[in-house]
Design a protein around this ligand. Structure first.
Ligand code: ZN
Length: 287
């Protein structure tokens, strides 16, 4: 059964560790992440972007696949199914489809409009027992070859949004999506600390977890980050393992073209990446 992310994140904040959000793209992705979480007795959040939701046929297909998989694989650790960077409409559609957690990314709206829309969605989520993540200060990333620096959120705006009753808050602290450029300035711990001072118990979310040095991850967790999003890193691991298999000509040996064989190295690579992250985040054995 899917659960809201509220309890697992409250525990993580209190216990000074973070729960990983791993984004899914298909059945193999989902299976690899769920099996690893179960093996390591770690709570887990499965992230679905609107694009990935569309790719997997729609939110209903995703919600039912994940729910059924939890049952068929006898997964006992807490699993939340979370919409990543949802639009207002997307958030409503996922609530309808059976997601147990949503993110409403209103960071591109003026703060007043972000507050107004977040507030409405908080009301709906509270009623249904669904967790909700809001974002303040947009998180940069590569778009059409231009790398954004990753802006820092205004701590006062963070406090304003945290007070709306959201479950968790994503705040830009210099982090970006995708691979980090060589000249990246690093996370702004000053901003993170200022945000935590104002938001107190609110679990904070770190997006763009791919390529942030381990010591920065640990410091961020010590300053109140309780959820870390990992997406690109699993994609890179999957692609690398699959490429190796093909380049070694293994798909041409015997029945090596069988998708169950062809996709196996990639699935194993996802497992290894997820395991590495859960160990780093400190969520192993916390389920
Ligand atoms: Zn993100």
């Amino acid at each position: 059964m899917l659960v809201s992310a509220e309890e697992m994140l409250k525990k993580a904040k209190a216990g000074k560790y973070a729960v990983g959000q791993f984004n899914i793209n298909n059945l193999e992705w989902t299976k690899s992440i769920l099996l690893t979480a179960e093996e390591l007795k770690s709570p887990v959040i499965l992230g679905v972007s609107e694009g990935a939701g569309k790719y997997m046929c729609g939110y209903k297909t995703v919600a039912q696949m994940v729910s059924a998989m939890i049952e068929d694989l006898n997964i006992t650790v807490p699993v939340a199914l979370h919409l990543d960077h949802g639009s207002y409409e997307g958030a409503k559609a996922c609530i309808e489809a059976g997601f147990s957690s949503i993110m409403f990314d209103g960071s591109h709206y003026p703060i007043e409009e972000n507050v107004e829309k977040t507030k409405e969605l908080v009301g709906i989520c509270k009623e249904k027992g669904i967790s909700i993540e809001a974002e303040v200060g947009s998180i940069g990333g590569e778009e059409d070859g231009v790398v954004g620096a990753g802006e820092c959120a205004d701590p006062k705006e963070c406090k304003m949004v945290a007070d709306l009753g959201v479950t968790m808050l994503a705040a830009g602290i210099g982090n970006i999506h995708g691979k980090y450029p060589d000249n990246w300035a690093g996370l702004s711990f000053e901003t993170l600390d200022a945000i935590q001072q104002l938001t107190g118990d609110m679990p904070l979310v770190l997006h763009g977890g791919t390529g942030i040095p381990e010591d920065m991850i640990k410091k961020a967790i010590s300053l109140g980050v309780s959820k870390i999003n990992v997406n690109t890193e699993c994609q890179l691991s999957f692609a690398e393992a699959t490429r190796k298999y093909i380049e070694a000509g293994k798909d041409l040996e015997g029945k090596g073209f069988d998708p169950r064989k062809l996709l196996a190295p990639g699935a194993e690579a996802i497992k290894a990446t997820v395991k590495e992250k859960m160990e780093l985040f400190g969520s192993v054995g916390k389920a």
